[in-house]
Write a protein that binds this ligand. Sequence first.
Ligand code: E4P
Length: 218
Amino acid sequence: MKFFVDTADVAEIRSLAELGMVDGVTTNPSLIAKSGRKIAEVIAEICDAVPGPVSAEVTATAFDGMMKEGRYLKAIAPNVAVKVPLTVDGLRACKALTGEGAMVNVTLCFSAAQALLAAKAGATFVSPFVGRLDDIGQDGMELIADIVEIYANYPALTTEVLVASVRHPIHVVQSAKLGADVATVPPAVLRALFHHPLTDKGLAAFLADWAKTGQSIL
Ligand code: E4P
């Protein structure tokens, strides 16, 4: 399973990339706004820091504008994945941009029917938002299960299921159990995956016993 990191904070991305667990990055207009930086500048820096796909989202809502913005974003670096919303125009742009050789991430997916359309439009990735579904009392992981099952029925569909709006490590584990291709996780969730209190407790006990021996390995 691939891990993407869901942030536009370049320092954080560089630090996480050093851990060897980052296969790509996702951004969205809210994350770019939070960075306080120009989109082209920040996407170029992220693409330089991480060789995997880096999602950069269009903000136009009509087909022609999406195409112009998508081509502009794609030209920033070879590893840009153009992100388009799951709308009628977004799926039309998805098909056209993939036809031009771009990677496309179809975002804001909230139903299995939408995910099927994204795959038919040739999306490289579809991003179902599990946390936002949970927030309104629906089961986000049930959507992931449905999409994985549907895509498995049609091996010709190559779209990868990119679990988005991840809020905690359990979302990541459940996504992996369901066979999702990618989870895009906030930096805090990625860091939380490393930790378990029994690991800390066990290590402290080992080191205390080791100190009693008076030995050193080197
Ligand atoms: C990623 O592509 C999405 O934009 C992101 O995961 C949304 O997460 P949120 O629901 O926590 O804003």
